[in-house]
Design a protein around this ligand. Structure first.
Ligand SMILES: Cc1cc2nc3c(=O)[nH]c(=O)nc-3n(C[C@H](O)[C@H](O)[C@H](O)COP(=O)(O)O)c2cc1C
Length: 214
C-alpha cells in the first residue's frame, strides 16, 4: 500500500502554492509514496462571508478525513509578520477532534513557508507552525509524548505529598507517606513500560509503512 503524505497549504499570491506543488513532486519521486495536496480557505473579517465548499481553482480544501487518512503531514503557509497566516491558523484551530482522538500520534510532520524578503521571519513562522504539531496535534512528539504529561504531573504530586508527610509528627502520617511514594514508584514503572510499548508501536508502524522494506 502506498504511503500517502498530506500537503496542506495556504497561498494568497501563489508563491506557497508553487512550493507545495514542488513538495508534492518530491514526495511522489520516492518509491511507494503518493501525495495529497489540499488548501485551506481564506478567513474574512466579514463573518457572513463564506467560501464555496470547493475552490474555483486549485486543489480541494483539507478536511478531517485527510488528516485521518494520511501517513504524514506537511503544512505550508506564507509568512505573516513572522507568523503563519490566519487561514492556516484557523485550519489548525479546527483540528480539536484530531487532538482528542490522537489521530496524528506518531505521524511524521514537516512545515514550509514563503516570505517576501530574506531574514523575513522564516524561522519564527516555521516555529509557530511546529508548536501545534509538537504539542497539540501530537505529530512529531515522541521523545516525551504529550499523552503522558498529566500522569507525570500526578507522579510529582504523589512524590511531593510523600516527602512532606514522611517528616510528619505521627506514625500514621509517615505510613501514609510511604503509600504515596509507592504509588509514585508504581506509576513511574507503568509510564516507563507504557512509553516503551508506545515506541515499539510507532517503530512497527513506521517499518510497515517503509516503502524501501519488502
Ligand atoms: C500581512 C502580510 C504580512 C507579511 N509579513 C511578512 C514578513 O514578516 N516577512 C516577509 O518576508 N514577508 C512578509 N510578507 C510577504 C509574504 O510572506 C510573501 O509575499 C509570501 O511569499 C506570499 O506567499 P503567497 O504568494 O503564497 O501568498 C507579508 C505579507 C502580508 C500580506
Amino acid at each position: 500500500m502506498a504511503t500517502e503524505i498530506l500537503v496542506v497549504y495556504f497561498s494568497r499570491h501563489g508563491a506557497t502554492h508553487i512550493l507545495a506543488q514542488a513538495i508534492c513532486d518530491g514526495v511522489e519521486s520516492v518509491a511507494g509514496c503518493t501525495s495529497r495536496l489540499r488548501t485551506v480557505p481564506a478567513v474574512s473579517a466579514v463573518c457572513e462571508a463564506t467560501e464555496p465548499a470547493i475552490p474555483k481553482d486549485g486543489p480541494p480544501y483539507a478536511d478531517a478525513k485527510d488528516l485521518t487518512e494520511c501517513a504524514g503531514l506537511i503544512l505550508g503557509s506564507p509568512t505573516r509578520f513572522g507568523n503563519m497566516s490566519a487561514a492556516m491558523k484557523y485550519f489548525v484551530d479546527q483540528t480539536l477532534p484530531q487532538w482528542i482522538s490522537g489521530d496524528l500520534i506518531g505521524k511524521p510532520a514537516a512545515v514550509f513557508t514563503s516570505t517576501g524578503s530574506l531574514h523575513g521571519g522564516q524561522e519564527a513562522t516555521l516555529l509557530s507552525m511546529m508548536i501545534p504539531l509538537l504539542l497539540a496535534l501530537k505529530g512529531l512528539s515522541q521523545a516525551r509524548p504529550y499523552t503522558f504529561k498529566w500522569i507525570s504531573l500526578l507522579i510529582w504530586l504523589y512524590v511531593c505529598e510523600g516527602l512532606v508527610r514522611i517528616v510528619g509528627p505521627t506514625a500514621t502520617e509517615r505510613s501514609i507517606a510511604w503509600v504515596y511514594l509507592i504509588i509514585a514508584l508504581a506509576l513511574s514503572a507503568a509510564i516507563l513500560m507504557g512509553a516503551r510499548a508506545y515506541q515499539r508501536l510507532i517503530k512497527d508502524s513506521l517499518t510497515q509503512n517503509d516503502p524501501s522494506k519488502p
